[in-house]
Ligand binder design. Structure first.
Ligand code: ZN
Length: 165
């Protein structure tokens, strides 16, 4: 998610009961297995299932509006989720295990895994140069109320005015 997006995550933006319903639906759909590596939840291995938000970044060519659209909640096991949020894994000192997991799941060499991570960071940096409008219609269309909270420690950027007509 671009750093210029002031929204932090779905979990903090919906009622606890709605979040519980959404994440249970997310785990049930792939048969309670990780959608990236296929592993089931295993408390002994400290591996859980977690709901990961997948976004798309369509650009409305007519208005030039930059839209960040929630497209899906994906069930990921703890190691896959950590590898997906590589920057966060680095901050937590889990860089090596995240990298090893990427190699293991994708059959990559360490070099290939690093190239993947670097390409993802470059994409993130480009996206962070823009202010995005959130589209959470995937959730609001099924009756979930969204109350976005700013990310901790980040100021909300000044919204750019846009025509709603
Ligand atoms: Zn996994």
């Amino acid at each position: 998610m671009p750093s210029s997006c002031w929204f932090s995550n779905v979990r903090s933006a919906v009622a606890p009961g709605d979040w519980d319903r959404l994440r249970k639906m997310t785990y049930r759909r792939p048969g309670y297995r990780c959608e990236a590596c296929g592993a089931p939840r295993d408390p002994d291995a400290r591996r859980w299932l977690e709901a990961h938000e997948r976004w798309s970044y369509p650009r409305e060519t007519s208005s030039g509006r930059m839209i960040q659209k929630l497209t899906r909640l994906v069930a990921l096991c703890t190691p896959c989720h950590q590898a997906t949020h590589f920057g966060h894994a680095q901050i937590q000192g889990r860089e090596q295990s995240a990298l090893e997991h990427l190699c293991h799941v994708n059959g990559w060499t360490r070099q290939q895994a690093w190239e993947h991570v670097e390409a993802a960071f470059a994409k993130w940096q480009r996206r962070s140069e823009y202010v995005w409008e959130l589209d959470m219609s995937m959730l609001t269309s099924v009756g979930v109320t969204i109350t976005p909270h700013p990310r901790p420690g980040s100021a909300r950027p000044t919204p750019r005015p846009h025509s709603t007509s």
